[in-house]
Design a protein around this ligand. Structure first.
Ligand code: PMP
Length: 442
């Protein structure tokens, strides 16, 4: 049989479900570090990381070697039937990076599954039904996760009914907060809020308290589910006082605090987990994406006293904690630690943010530059200050033709996100900013 040509293969895309809205016609062949290469050998600087997944870079040699070795030993060992070495090694590695208080682990395949599991866990552990989630939050697209998601209204369009019991509260999005602006908040606080900032106006917390006593009652609320940095909702960093206030509120009412680290975890923000920036210990954490450098794996990390109340057999799936995926995760964490990738993310992230803030000072259509580590968003606006999705789309397309891959996010798709692999180097950051600057100018 002859190998189909690239043109033949691209014809097959007509048979792919249109539910995948395509960004481009790039037929990628291989990835290495910060670059993707298409079948014609064209090179792209990948500042998307497959949506925050390939944190160790594409095909990190140590991760590839671990996958190869494990594939020759055992592909699958179902977690209800046998233990296998990679899963237990992964637990040992995670215990060295997760908050010490969270000492019990469960594995599944995707972020959505982890979030669904975390909610089931919180409900069974507390005997309560309701969940507080956030406006602009994203937790996945399966029915249960979607019920908790509001980053774009269209995700929820025409798929009702979704599971009930979810109340949406405002996230501390200071750049968009009229109260913060009217109070004359320091622009450096509005723009990319420093995580140790004590300046939150407290308004979102007051509104959550109100929701707790009007739309439900605190005694019915099992969990507050929050992203420590809002991801799909627009790369928004809340002030530390917001997350610290949520912790206090949960403690007051016996509500569990679930932190969704699916996008922000595994070094992305310059710490292993974003919540570390804020000095808050959650009760439950969900992780996925960066954990295994591209193999499907997710996890729930929780306090043992909570996990013990999860009724055996009430959750799980065939592939959860797959042996090859776990081996990739072990190699991922070891490579991150030994090659100091998290430190590099903090260092290169500071450079990237400074460069983008420099552009902001020159380009009026850049409304805001914000983020932590290598999780940085650039918000584009019209001359009237309205979200400019059309411009963002054009800039992303212009960058692609110049060899830089970027993605948008936010309810209006007017925030361009920069999420390169954590192994990115200074020259590559400068190349990306130069391409972005050219694309904006064009
Ligand atoms: N939570 C967060 C914070 C996410 O960013 C995502 C994916 N973008 C998910 C959950 C869902 O993960 P998955 O796509 O693996 O189901």
């Amino acid at each position: 049989m002859t190998t189909p040509s690239a043109t033949d293969l691209l014809e097959q895309t007509a048979f792919l479900s249109p539910v995948w809205a395509r960004y481009s016609d790039i037929l990628v062949e291989r990835g290495e570090g910060v670059y993707l290469y298409d079948v014609e050998g064209r090179r792209y600087l990948d500042f998307t990381c497959g949506i925050g997944v390939t944190n160790t870079g594409h095909c990190h040699p140590r991760v590839v070697a671990a996958i190869r070795e494990q594939a020759g030993l055992l592909l699958h060992g179902q977690a209800n039937i046998v233990y296998h070495r990679p899963m237990l090694e992964l637990v040992a590695e995670l215990r060295t990076i997760a908050p010490l208080e969270l000492d019990s682990f469960f594995f599944s395949n995707s972020g959505a599954e982890a979030v669904e599991g975390a909610i089931k866990l919180a409900r069974q552990a507390t005997g309560r039904s309701d969940v507080i989630a956030f406006e602009g939050g994203f937790h996945g697209r399966t029915a249960g996760a979607l019920a908790l998601t509001s980053s774009k209204g269209k995700y929820r369009h025409a798929v009702a009914p979704l599971p009930a019991g979810v109340h949406f509260a405002p996230y501390a999005a200071c750049f968009h907060c009229a109260v913060a602006r009217a109070a004359g908040a320091d622009p450096s606080f509005i723009s990319g809020a420093a995580p140790d900032d004590a300046g939150c106006c407290g308004n979102p917390l007051r509104q959550i308290e109100h929701i707790l006593h009007t739309q439900t009652t605190p005694e019915d609320v099992a969990a507050v589910l929050v992203e420590p940095v809002l991801g799909e909702g627009g790369y928004i960093v809340p002030p530390a006082s917001f997350l610290q206030g949520l912790r206090r509120l949960c403690d007051r009412y016996g509500i569990l605090l679930i932190v969704d680290e699916v996008q922000s975890g595994f070094g992305r923000t310059g710490r292993f987990f974003a919540i570390e920036h804020f000095g808050v210990i959650p009760d439950i954490m969900t992780v996925a994406k960066g954990i295994a450098s591209g193999l499907p794996l997710s996890g729930i990390i929780a306090r043992r006293v909570i996990m013990e109340r999860w009724q055996p057999g009430s959750h799980g799936g065939t592939y959860g904690g797959n042996a090859v995926a776990c081996a990739a995760a072990v190699a991922t964490i070891r490579a991150m630690r030994e090659e100091r990738m998290v430190e590099n993310a903090a260092r290169q992230g500071a450079l990237l943010k400074a460069e983008l803030l420099r552009l902001k000072a020159q380009v009026p259509s850049i409304g805001d530059v914000r983020g932590l580590g290598l999780m940085i968003g650039v918000e584009l606006r019209t001359a009237e200050g309205m979200p400019d999705a059309a411009l963002a789309k054009r800039v992303v397309a212009e960058c692609r033709t110049r060899g830089l891959l970027l993605l948008t996010c936010g309810p209006y798709d007017n925030v361009i996100r920069f999420i390169p692999p954590l192994v990115v180097e200074e020259d590559q950051i400068r190349d990306a900013v130069r391409i972005f600057e050219d694309a904006l100018a064009s």
